[in-house]
Design a protein around this ligand. Sequence first.
Ligand code: ZN
Length: 161
Amino acid sequence: MQINKDAVVQFHYDLYLNQDERLESSRNTEPMAYLHGAGNIIPGLEQALEGKAAGDQLDVTIPPEQGYGPHKEGMQQRIPLKYLKHVKGKLKPGMQVPVQTDQGQRTVTILKVGLKTADVDGNHPLAGKTLRFVVDVMAVREATAEEKSHRHAHGVGGHQH
Ligand code: ZN
């Protein structure tokens, strides 16, 4: 079947920055699974997958507006180190760490570590970046009623709960 609203899609991907710097790959693990049309993946990739079928390969370049959004100014903050005490190991600039905020959990990038505070940047690490995905569609199936009500895919590569 073709990928359209409420299809569950399994795919393998390589993510490149600057066209040929490979940043991530799913190929030595299980494929990733998502529910099409539910905003589970970035808009540019979801649009590129529309209408595709198992066996198709895509090579797609996605601008920041269709990816993780622009890199915003004013997202830098100084926070007490006690908010980072769950992080294992020594805090270093460039590390991406989860932080609990009023809006739920967010990933921030450490800019500078002081004695009692750390400066962090709340932009998504891929904000402002043009991304290139090489994707292989592995399987496409109809979502179950439970998946549709949860707005995400279950099973291999999807939500486990
Ligand atoms: Zn679920």
